[in-house]
Write a protein that binds this ligand. Structure first.
Ligand SMILES: Nc1ncnc2c1ncn2[C@@H]1O[C@H](COP(=O)(O)OP(=O)(O)OP(=O)(O)O)[C@@H](O)[C@H]1O
Ligand SMILES: [Mg+2]
Length: 312
């Protein structure tokens, strides 16, 4: 059974069609990344799944429960971290977590215990008794994530959990997400960062203008753009033209020079790459760099949405 599922979701705000009929689903214990540019409909979809907003058409379930008919039960299964941090600025980190635990009906001592556990888990012990208004952006994000986990949810919705974080803090959040998944939690993650989807997701749904325009594993999506690319950087830059003609001859395509001293060409598979390696060796061209790689998700995204600015 899928941990959550949405089918044909439509949502309009006045004249704006935020969702034009989208399907989303994730197996239990997997990570689905919903990738899309600003205004694509990511937050709207998350809010519908999290019972905060009603769709105009279509249906959604979490843990097999309809999000409209069984909203209260669904809320007990889920944790939500919104796009904008939602902690109370005037309370300390600990007070925020205890408050949420009390709202979830945990008795006082258990609420304190759960708060203490999460503060430790999220590296917030030292800051636990400071008011949140003194927290850095990264600390707020971590507290926000901790807050969404107080009730030990089966499914967690993370709406752009790392937007605005520096790379080290982003890695911290990734580690937390991986740990959750290891414990069997299912995660829906929205993001504008392709490398984040690549790093975390089992499956990716790319959405644009309220529609799913592509779905698959990161590797499957990369194949949409085409096969693999061989890259050669001769140790001796003088031999670049020779390397280039070898690549042209063996691939039957026109090589490109994407940077100084390197030449690349699309290839159809491992065998073609092996021939390139052999031909370079036979000509006595030593390579400082020699690789076969899939296109990056960035290239996929640009190809799909035609929106270069989306990755900015
Ligand atoms: N409450 C609302 N009232 C009116 N329009 C809305 C409302 N919420 C969302 N929209 C519109 O619906 C569309 C989808 O918005 P949504 O917030 O779901 O996009 P998003 O993919 O989350 O974007 P971002 O990456 O900027 O967070 C946008 O055109 C937005 O302006
Ligand atoms: Mg959003």
């Amino acid at each position: 059974m899928n941990a959550f599922e949405a089918e044909g979701l439509v949502k309009r705000f006045g004249k704006t069609t935020a969702l034009a009929g989208i399907d989303l689903a994730a197996r239990q214990g997997s990570v689905l990344a919903v990738l899309g540019p600003n205004g694509a409909g990511k937050t709207t979809a998350v809010r519908i799944l999290a019972t905060l907003l009603r769709a105009d058409a279509g249906s959604a379930t979490v843990g097999g429960l309809d999000v409209v008919r069984h909203a209260a039960r669904v809320r007990r299964l889920i944790g939500l971290t919104g796009q904008y941090a939602s902690v109370d600025e005037d309370l300390t980190g600990r007070e925020n977590l205890v408050l949420i635990a009390r709202l979830l009906d945990l008795p006082g001592n258990q609420a304190k215990q759960r708060a203490a556990e999460l503060l430790t888990e999220f590296g917030l012990d030292a800051a636990a008794d400071r008011r949140c208004k003194t927290y850095s952006g990264g600390m707020r994000r971590r507290l926000d994530l901790a807050a969404s986990l107080v009730g030990r949810p089966d499914v967690i919705f993370l709406d752009e959990p790392t937007t605005g974080l520096d790379p080290a803090k982003r890695e911290d959040v990734w580690t937390i997400v991986r740990d959750l998944v290891e414990d069997g939690v299912t995660v829906l993650l929205t993001t504008q960062y392709l490398e984040e989807a690549d790093a975390l997701a089992d499956d990716i749904s790319v959405i644009d203008h309220g529609k799913v325009i592509a779905h698959g594993s990161p590797a499957q999506l990369k194949r949409i753009v085409g096969g693999q690319t061989a890259l050669v950087r001769p140790a001796d830059p003088e031999r670049l033209p020779e390397a280039e003609s070898i690549l042209a001859r063996l691939s039957g395509r026109r090589p490109e020079r994407p940077g100084r001293g390197v030449v690349t060409v699309p290839v159809d598979g491992d065998a073609a790459f092996a021939e390139i390696v052999a031909a370079l060796a036979a000509s006595g061209i030593t390579a400082a760099e020699l690789s076969l790689h899939l296109p990056s998700l960035d290239e996929v995204f640009f190809t799909l949405t035609g929106q270069r600015e989306a990755a900015a």
